[in-house]
Design a protein around this ligand. Structure first.
Ligand SMILES: Cc1cc2nc3c(=O)[nH]c(=O)nc-3n(C[C@H](O)[C@H](O)[C@H](O)COP(=O)(O)O)c2cc1C
Length: 376
């Protein structure tokens, strides 16, 4: 268990929403829109948040002195806390060196950090920094030699748990990011230059660290450019996933394999039949398909179908410790957060990323005591 220290920042920024507000003005418009966007009319994005508002938990009273224990066991490993950092791609577009801060937070608090295939840093760089807490997210390469190489690179760099993302059969249209100017090939406009100059800390960091690039993927492209890597991702990562592919990946990877993006009980059952160790009930933070239900809405049916047969993880829409308790109440065993951690990094770099954990821990403990519970 990490050593708990009083955090005076909890008085000033007591919630993730405070960090979100603080982050808003620290990055150019394009970076912010990339982080915040859903897809289509963003109904799925809204649904994810609203679903939490509709869950209530009846508190118990007269329980004496309570000492909440937040630890959980997952895949035979003890985690100090019931949450981890979800895979987020193009991380450096939102804040330079974001992966470094997230890895350090994961290591400090003993929570998993899942590095994305399309992060802006490589498994070779981040693996040694994240130590024991490294999970690797795979977007499924069409070419089997690339798949084998990516898995080997991740395992050799110390990542022990594999998360394969199932819910990107094709890149999302994500209209809001297009309106903000995210184009293929990338196009820099005069307005973007002015916007960058208006955010000097982001701009200086980006100059120092280099323009955000898909560094993991560059190994497989003839040219080392953002354009080449993005084109490669669109053509060669995804669009090919089926249950046989999952079984092959299961056989290739030594450690736990988790399928992320499961939203239907029958898919959950099929995932179990294909030998996964866990699933993430997730709609990708509302970024892929706008008619999807909220992840929280489908969680109970999936839990009824596969509870006890595989580990059930959850993400999409979590912004607080109380949200975590609600997801656990509905049957999740562990949760991931995407945007919340990026708000922290943008707001205050390392301090901000750590502060997200402190907020969640404080909220979890307080609300467990309000509920009259000591264990998750
Ligand atoms: C900016 C951004 C980039 C993301 N990139 C990836 C990715 O590369 N791979 C992946 O599996 N999921 C990706 N996701 C989805 C997250 O892993 C996670 O499912 C989602 O953020 C959870 O919702 P939340 O942001 O409300 O916590 C991304 C999400 C965001 C916000």
């Amino acid at each position: 268990m990490f050593e708990e220290m009083p955090n005076p920042l909890l008085e000033i920024y007591p919630s993730v929403q405070d960090l979100e507000q603080l982050a808003r003005d620290r990055v150019p418009h394009l970076s912010w829109e990339y982080l915040q966007s859903g897809t289509g009319d963003e109904h799925a994005l809204d649904r994810n948040r609203k679903a939490f508002a509709d869950v209530s938990l009846p508190p118990r009273v007269m329980r004496g002195k309570l000492q909440p224990d937040l630890s959980v066991s997952l895949f035979g490993k003890n985690y100090a806390l019931p949450f981890g950092i979800a895979p987020v791609g193009l991380t450096g577009l939102m804040w330079p060196r974001a992966e470094y801060f997230l890895a350090a937070t994961a290591k400090k608090y003993g929570i998993p950090y899942c590095l994305s295939t399309v992060a802006t840093e490589t498994p070779e760089t981040i693996g040694p920094l994240v130590g024991e807490q490294g999970w690797f997210q795979l977007y499924p390469p069409v070419m089997k030699d690339v798949r084998a190489d990516l898995l080997k690179r991740a395992a050799d760099s110390g990542f022990h748990t594999l998360v394969m993302t199932a819910d990107v059969p094709v890149p999302s249209r994500r209209e809001r990011t297009k309106r903000a100017g995210l184009r293929m090939p990338p196009k820099t406009t005069f307005k973007m230059i002015l916007d960058t100059l208006a955010h000097p800390k982001w701009a200086m960091g980006t100059i120092k660290n280099g323009t955000p690039r898909l560094r993991t993927i560059e190994k497989y492209t003839p040219e080392k450019s953002r354009e080449a890597a993005t084109a490669y991702v669109n053509q060669n990562l995804g669009g090919n996933l089926d249950w046989d592919y999952l079984k092959e990946v299961r056989d290739l990877w030594q450690g736990p394999v988790i399928l992320k993006g499961v939203m239907h009980p029958e898919d959950a059952l099929q995932a179990v039949a294909s030998g996964v160790d866990g699933i993430v009930v997730s709609n990708h933070g509302g970024r892929q398909f706008d008619a999807t239900p909220a992840s929280l809405e489908v969680l109970p049916d999936i839990v009824s179908a596969v509870k006890g047969k595989t580990a059930i993880l959850f993400d999409s829409g979590i912004r607080s410790g109380l949200d975590i308790l609600k997801a656990l109440h509905l049957g999740a065993e562990f949760v991931l957060l995407g945007r919340a951690f990026i708000y922290g990094v943008i707001a205050m770099e390392q301090k901000g990323s750590d502060h997200v954990v402190d907020i969640l821990v404080d909220e979890l403990k307080n609300n467990m005591m309000q509920l009259g519970r000591e264990r998750l």
